[in-house]
Design a protein around this ligand. Structure first.
Ligand code: BMA
Length: 360
């Protein structure tokens, strides 16, 4: 074994021992980060739609195990899938078979695999129930809920089991990268983790606890962590509950349009104002930027896509934007056109714009 050292050095140079000119292997997360940064750099925005493959305005996948999951309201209208598809983990915390909008988690797992295989991008939100009261995510009857799940709190163990179930699901997706934006819209006070329901430090601890559990305890390192408060805020307020650079890969916000000219102007001003300071934050902190949730319920303005949405985001390095779901059981609750909807032209025009990315 006298001359073993030079051989080991030579082998190290050939493999990934850290020596030589070899670059470390690119992970699925690296690739997705790169893809999203490239969109932003090239002035492109990927289009996303919540629950796009699970159901639409007038249909839903019934027998997911035998369904090839090719249906999509967006595809029916434009001929293309949205580049980004959003899913929600709500009710995974109870080990339920279906999520809060009755999407089976089995279907979700299959749709995620299929969409990524097609070249698409996946994002997860999570509306978990209230661990203190047993109510839903919107139960704001107590301001002790976040405190109760933090270390030393009465629901610490229960909450850990909730994180465990959410992490089990993400782990079951395999070696793929996904965007995850837990504890969203936290500068409003309509979820139990909202502004008036916990202190800034409690919120930050909640986000960090989630990150540490997924990343360090479970080794789930292919997640792009997105922080997405509701919009209509200020940079100071936005950063007052920012979990910290180590815990966040992407900054974003949620803001919806409302009918009427006044609301339209307010939406555009609000989105531009948010994107102006978020662009500065994204550059300063070297983070990706997205418009995590938006839309105009029922698409009651004919040219909303090209006359309201596009001018609002124009010129900002937004990697993707996502419009909310087309509920199959609430006729007016839709945010993308569907086959047979009277006004599809503007969305078709939107889908053909050079800087808006759909999935062919
Ligand atoms: C809301 C609505 C609800 C839904 C929830 C979670 O904005 O769409 O109907 O249950 O999101 O997806």
């Amino acid at each position: 074994m006298k001359n073993a050292l030079p051989i080991i050095i030579a082998l190290c140079a050939l493999t990934a021992c850290g020596g030589g000119n070899k670059k470390p292997m690119e992970t699925p997360k690296d690739k997705l980060v790169h893809q999203l940064f490239t969109y932003a750099q090239e002035g492109k925005i990927a289009y996303g739609h919540q629950d796009d493959l699970s159901y639409g305005h007038a249909w839903k996948v019934e027998d997911w195990e035998n369904d090839n999951l090719e249906r999509s309201d967006v595809k029916a209208v434009t001929g293309k899938y949205p580049m980004v598809v959003g899913f929600d983990l709500g009710d995974i915390e109870h080990g339920s078979e279906k999520n809060l909008d009755r999407v089976p988690f089995g279907l979700m797992r299959k749709a995620v695999a299929k969409h990524i295989e097609r070249g698409g991008i996946v994002t997860f939100s999570w509306h978990p129930d209230n661990p203190l009261t047993g109510g839903d995510a919107w139960d704001i009857s107590s301001d002790q809920v976040v405190k109760s799940v933090l270390p030393g709190g009465e629901n610490e163990r229960l909450f850990r089991s909730w994180l465990e179930r959410a992490a089990d699901f993400v782990e079951s997706l395999g070696d793929v990268a996904v965007i995850f934006r837990p504890w969203h819209e936290n500068l409003g006070s309509w979820f139990w983790w909202g502004k008036k329901l916990c202190t800034a430090q409690e919120y930050i601890d909640l986000y960090r606890l989630t990150w540490v559990y997924f990343t360090k305890e479970r080794g789930l390192t292919n997640i792009i962590w997105c922080y997405s408060p509701n919009g209509d805020t200020t940079p100071e307020e936005y950063m007052s509950r920012y979990p910290g650079d180590e815990y966040v890969d992407m900054v974003g916000f949620d803001t919806y349009g409302h009918p009427g000219e006044e609301a339209r102007v307010r939406f555009m001003e609000n989105v531009k104002r948010n994107l102006t300071f978020l662009t500065a934050i994204a550059y300063e902190h070297e983070k990706l930027l997205c418009f995590a949730e938006t839309g105009l319920e029922g698409l009651v303005e004919p040219n909303w896509w090209t006359e309201t949405l596009v001018p609002s985001v124009k010129g900002f390095p937004v990697s993707y934007l996502l419009t909310w779901r087309n509920a199959c059981d609430i006729p007016t609750h839709f945010y993308a056109p569907w086959e047979g909807f009277e006004n599809t032209e503007d969305f078709i025009e939107f889908s053909k714009l050079d800087n808006i990315v759909f999935l062919d």
